[in-house]
Design a protein around this ligand. Structure first.
Ligand SMILES: [Zn+2]
Length: 1011
């Protein structure tokens, strides 16, 4: 179906909305200039002990002594009385695997006598306490009878004070701020968090507000307000901002004037790295279509001094926010900049009317079950098999009832015996509950398809799939049907009433507050919570933890529907498709009634409107069911502002304008995956351009060397793209972490899907980078625990979570998908089965059943630089072998031992079209070399690669600065020693190992000089 009619409907009616000006991102992702990923918990204490953060780490009353009082400054505050022995107990999960922490809070004492504000640790000997002692505020760490402390003397009573205590691993100081000012700081020495907390098992830790381990009586009345836990060390400016913002009355949300956590600065007039050897830079000429910004080349040809083996240079071009410059035919010049130099390459752009054609889908993947991972050529285990087995074996142990728990809870159905709920983002009151279930459905389906090496395992996953779908099917059939014959019910999804006894829709999921009246929820409804969040989103609800706020209902739903369709496609379970269609109809009924301005408002609302790939899954539902209504609904998920710029579709990504700078990375990447799926199903060319332009921009302008793309210092949110393109050093490298792992999962999905339309080696170069250096690198050494952000600041360490699959964040969710489909992009074929693409060099066996051909790939790559393909079967086909962009010299192909005369341009595919015979062997060699990959706007900050493998410097202590190294300009590897077969190298006493085998402290970026 063509979508012209859908577009027409969308177009009118938007103008009014835009004149009122909708903010691109609303919500409280940035509180007081600090991104929410840094915030572990926030207790405002204005009437209850709830955690306001998304982590639901609610406090618990110990005894009955906390009362809430009205206060002139802060409204309602908590109060403890003299003689109280009790206070507030906080969950042990408050501190996870982190190394630093910050605690912030407000208090007001009556007379300044002895009292406790905070106490936490494993016991009364190993703990951190904050309290008043004879009028002094003291933060103290006791570790095995040694102690350190920071102190502020002579605090005034009867007035509010703000304290901040920072346990900072990087500076190795315990810092005490009072009323926005640093008052004292002391060396941590051997008083690290690991000395006072059990970082492996959080159940062994205890946290208190207003009481101590020893349950000492408070000797004073005290009032408490807004206690916060951050899992990073805040900067002095951030502390100031919390202090000032609170006194101004309102917390500052979404406002930011300057970057506070600065990186080391370098002189901007000094050419760095190879830019110091530049002799000349070429101008470029290009043509673009009227209305579409030209795609300016990230690299242009350049001449370097003799001996420097480089012929191009990174250029940073201006990045307009609209397409004004290309509205009319003609010519104009864009002037670029090469950091640290006075070179200003020019691009002469000719704007003219022309017809462009978007590509057809000509490539297809193999089914997961057609490709099997093998051991390496020396019989060794590979990282791929190791990681697959960690996930597959742990998944096999999971109890599906845990993943069904909150669905049953929503429908008020009794839990089967032994059923335990999941934690983290699927716990009782978490408004995202059910998201892990969607990932789980996809993961067990993929695990089933990927484990043909073990029939028993397959049986386990087959049973799990059937049980999951059966249960979800039964629940979905309850929706919108009378509970008892003749009983009342509401089958129309647009007529869902308030919950029983309620006067409005709400997102209360507590045991007491959740509604279970499924008979009122409309036909086909399925989710792990009642329909309210979907309805509230339509009427403007924002993201947050309160009962009038929501998380991301359509995000969660996307996971569930995608999981059901994965099960359907892999196992043929028709009930899975039926459940998906039922909910698809429910969504269609509601969405079709919404005016376009409402849709635009929904999809531009930070997190609340995060819909994962709803456009993708609805379009896919159309493709699998043939029912066009799903494709029409899919188009209603267009993020019009990002895709088309505005109501008139005047620019946006469809016209190559970067409309996603500063936005939440993983909120938007799946929308692009959806746009490409829309292109596949609708042929509307704009969708292809959106996806293609987005991919080009993200990989050139926002990418870290491991392949990740999120992590902004500006805006201050580790989950966002930096505020401006090609400013990774200026605006990226968030102290809260970078490289959100689920964002890379989605980037790989987008990359692979683009390849099906345009089989360019550049796409697979990125795929390989992200697969080896982020996805493989995101898993713990001994378990399937995995990363959220992957931090790349100097001396960082990865943190892994969810080893036993009992509590999932977004990234834990995508991880169980990533590691159950590691083999899915090694080989592709042309749709007509005449070509075979060998994309990745991973030991594996392909069953090309359509051609009755088997291909065994035998290699220990990347521990060796060659691979051999053994062909079983016969017939003519075009064998396409990837020549990686990093294989810049010495690539060759041998067939049956004889070297072929093939043109092998790095970053292309070599094509060998011939009649293949049973037993033919093809050997590829692609010599590895050391190379540097700099940050685009600060070239001396660079990562060291060996072939496809990112090498990380192994660090034994935290660092405040980038590690400095000096390499030979003509030959980077000159002074690097080591063994390519182990991929372990040393340079000047520094050990380098593959990042995917790095579990300790690391430096992925180095401050590189050349000589
Ligand atoms: Zn994530």
């Amino acid at each position: 179906m063509k979508l012209a009619n859908v577009f027409t409907i969308i177009l009118w009616g938007l103008c009014a909305l835009y004149s009122t000006g909708i903010k691109a991102q609303e919500g409280d992702q940035i509180l007081d200039g600090i991104g929410e990923t840094a915030l572990t918990a926030r207790y405002v204490l204005d009437g209850d002990l709830r955690d306001w953060s998304r982590n639901n780490l609610h406090g618990e009353l110990q005894g009955s002594d906390v009362v809430f009082l009205e206060d002139d400054v802060f409204g309602t505050v908590a109060s403890l009385k003299t003689g109280d022995q009790n206070g507030i107990k906080l969950p042990g999960k408050l501190v996870g695997g982190q190394e630093s922490l910050t605690i912030s809070g407000w208090f007001k004492t009556e007379s300044g006598q002895n009292l406790s504000l905070i106490d936490f640790g494993v016991n009364a000997q190993n703990h951190l306490s904050i309290g008043i002692s004879d009028g002094d505020l003291i933060a103290k760490v006791d570790a095995d009878s040694n102690s350190i402390q920071a102190k502020k003397q002579g605090l005034k009573s009867k007035q509010w004070h703000h304290f901040v205590v920072i346990h900072n691993i990087v500076t190795s100081r315990l810092e005490l701020y009072v009323d926005g000012k640093l008052e004292d700081s002391t060396a941590i020495l051997n008083h690290g968090l690991d000395q006072i907390l059990d970082l492996k098992n959080s159940n062994n830790n205890q946290f208190f507000i207003g009481q101590t381990f020893s349950r000492a009586k408070q000797k004073d009345d005290v009032k408490l307000h807004d206690f916060r836990w951050y899992h990073v060390a805040l900067s002095a400016q951030q502390v100031q901002r919390i202090y000032k913002a609170a006194l101004q009355g309102e917390a500052v949300v979404n406002e930011r004037q300057e970057i506070e956590d600065k990186l080391p600065e370098f002189d901007q007039q000094t050419p760095q790295l190879f830019n110091a050897y530049l002799k000349s830079v070429e101008d470029v000429q290009l043509t673009t279509k009227v209305g579409e910004l030209p795609r300016l080349p990230a690299y242009v040809r350049a001449v370097y001094e003799e001996g420097i083996a480089k012929n191009e240079v990174r250029v940073i071009w201006p990045a307009p926010k609209d397409n004004d410059r290309v509205q009319n035919q003609g010519q104009y010049t864009v002037v670029g900049n090469i950091p640290g130099t006075s070179f200003q390459p020019k691009a002469l752009v000719t704007v003219k009317e022309m017809t462009t054609k978007t590509p057809e889908r000509i490539i297809a993947p193999f089914k997961l079950s057609q490709v099997q991972l093998n051991k390496g050529s020396r019989g060794e285990q590979t990282k791929f098999i190791e990681n697959r087995d960690k996930f597959v074996n742990t998944l096999a142990q999971t109890n599906p009832d845990s993943f069904l728990y909150m669905f049953r809870n929503a429908f008020g159905v009794t839990q089967p015996e032994g059923a335990e709920p999941l934690g983290v983002w699927d716990s009782q009151e978490t408004k995202l509950r059910g998201h892990a279930t969607g990932h789980y459905l996809s993961a067990i389906a993929q695990a089933y398809a990927s484990s043909s090496y073990d029939e028993q395992l397959q049986e386990v996953f087959a049973k799990k799939m059937t049980y999951m779908v059966e249960t979800l099917y039964e629940l979905s059939k309850l929706s919108g049907e009378p509970k008892t014959p003749g009983g009342k019910f509401v089958s129309d999804p647009t007529k869902v009433p308030f919950g029983p006894g309620k006067s409005d829709y709400d997102s209360d999921l507590s045991e007491q507050g959740i509604r279970n009246d499924y008979w009122n929820w409309g036909t086909g409804y399925i989710s792990a919570y009642p329909p309210d969040q979907f309805i509230m989103l339509e009427s403007g609800a924002t993201y947050g933890g309160q009962n009038n706020q929501i998380w991301a209902p359509y995000y969660t739903l996307h996971k569930i529907l995608a999981g059901l369709l994965d099960v359907y496609e892999i196992s043929g379970n028709k009930k899975a498709l039926e459940v998906a269609k039922g909910m698809g109809d429910w969504v269609a009924a509601r969405m079709e009634e919404l005016p376009t301005p409402t849709l635009i408002s929904m999809w531009n609302r930070y997190i609340a409107g995060e819909y994962g790939g709803m456009n993708e899954v609805m379009a896919r539902l159309y493709r699998l069911s043939g029912s066009e209504s799903y494709l029409e609904v899919a188009a209603l998920f267009d993020n019009i502002k990002m895709f088309y710029g505005d109501a008139q579709h005047s620019h946006g990504l469809a016209k190559n304008v970067d409309t996603f700078r500063g936005l939440h990375a993983n909120q938007h990447i799946p929308q692009i995956v959806g746009a490409l799926e829309m292109y596949r199903d609708s042929d509307a060319a704009a969708y292809f351009k959106i996806a293609d332009n987005f991919w080009s921009k993200t990989t050139h302008d926002y990418m870290y060397s491991i392949g990740g793309v999120a992590g902004a210092r500006n805006p201050a949110n580790a989950e966002c793209f930096p505020a401006q393109p090609a400013t990774l050093y200026e605006n990226g490298f968030s102290s809260g972490g970078q490289n959100e792992t689920c964002a890379t999962y989605n980037m790989l999905k987008l990359t692979r899907n683009l390849f099906f339309f345009e089989p360019r080696a550049q796409l697979m170069d990125y795929y390989e980078r992200g697969l080896y250096n982020h996805i493989l690198a995101s898993v713990a050494e001994d378990s399937p625990a995995n990363t959220y952000h992957v931090p790349l600041l100097p001396g960082s360490v990865k943190h892994f979570g969810n080893p036993d699959m009992t509590g999932f964040t977004c990234c834990n969710g995508t991880a169980i998908e990533s590691s159950t489909k590691l083999q899915n992009s090694i080989y592709f074929k042309s749709e007509d089965n005449n070509s075979l693409y060998v994309n990745l060099f991973i030991p594996s066996t392909l069953q090309w059943t359509e051609r009755n051909i088997q291909v065994d790939q035998v290699t220990s790559f990347p521990r060796e630089d060659h691979t051999t393909l053994k062909i079983t079967g016969k017939g003519r086909f075009d064998l396409k072998l990837r020549v990686p962009s990093w294989a810049t010299s010495g690539f060759y192909v041998k067939i049956n031992g004889k070297e072929m005369d093939v043109k092998s341009t790095p970053g292309s595919y070599v094509s060998i079209d011939r009649k293949w015979k049973n037993g033919d062997t093809v050997e590829l060699r692609m010599p590895f070399e050391f190379r540097l990959e700099p940050v685009m706007d600060q070239q001396n900050i660079a990562s060291l690669f060996y072939g496809p493998v990112l090498l990380a410097a192994q660090e034994d202590a935290p660092r405040t600065n980038w590690r400095q190294v000096t390499f030979d300009a003509q030959h980077i590897g000159k002074s690097i020693q080591g063994d390519p077969s182990s991929l372990e190298f040393t340079y000047n006493g520094i050990v380098f190992k593959p990042f995917y085998e790095t579990y300790g402290r690391h430096s992925v970026y180095l401050d590189v000089r050349l000589d």
